[in-house]
Design a protein around this ligand. Sequence first.
Ligand code: DX5
Ligand code: ZN
Length: 222
Amino acid sequence: MTCRIHPSILSADFANLETELLRIHTADAVHVDVMDGHFVPNLTLGLPVVQRLGQVTGLPLDVHLMIEDADRWAPGYAEAGAASVTFHAEASAAPVRLARELRSAGARASMALRPATPIEPYLDLLPELDMVLIMTVEPGFGGQSFLDVTLPKIRRARQAVDGTGLPIAIQVDGGISRDTIRRAADAGADVFVAGSAVYGAVDPAAAVDTLRNLAGADPAQM
Ligand code: DX5
Ligand code: ZN
């Protein structure tokens, strides 16, 4: 399985985002956390900033929308050129229609689940999606501790995705570090968001490579 690392710029210096993107040149994509202060109790950035980030980086943008009324706002991020747009299942009234809109706007369609949201009601929707994001913390803030209670859901997601035979990615987000990434990888995740573990490092580009190696390491070699 190919393991991909998406650093979250939530832990970057917001006054110097262009420079901060250069510091993660080894990343597979950049994870952009959009929060509206309603779906989560925090406020970050929105469409104009995402548009500008796309102009100054060669990395694909992986936009994670933690906003209410995703049906209304998410397509704009796909039209802005995001490679992937993730909406929350809890914030979409019509996830199939929304996923189709995202794909037809040229983005990969992805759906996120908060820790307490089960995946089972959404299994039939998997063919409409390119990625499922299993939140491994309660969304809203960087620097929280990885929730091991989410591991069984990652395992069930992996089983279901493999059952479709489709190349649907399983992303994990929250508390991913050198200490936790292996547990998430073993459970079946293949795309890893890491904020503080990357930007808290002296050399963020090297931290990305270390995390990728830890995620992809053959357990027999460890
Ligand atoms: C949290 C965000 C995450 C956050 C992860 O709600 O969705 O992307 O930046 O930060 P760490 O890796 O520090 O937990
Ligand atoms: Zn995120």
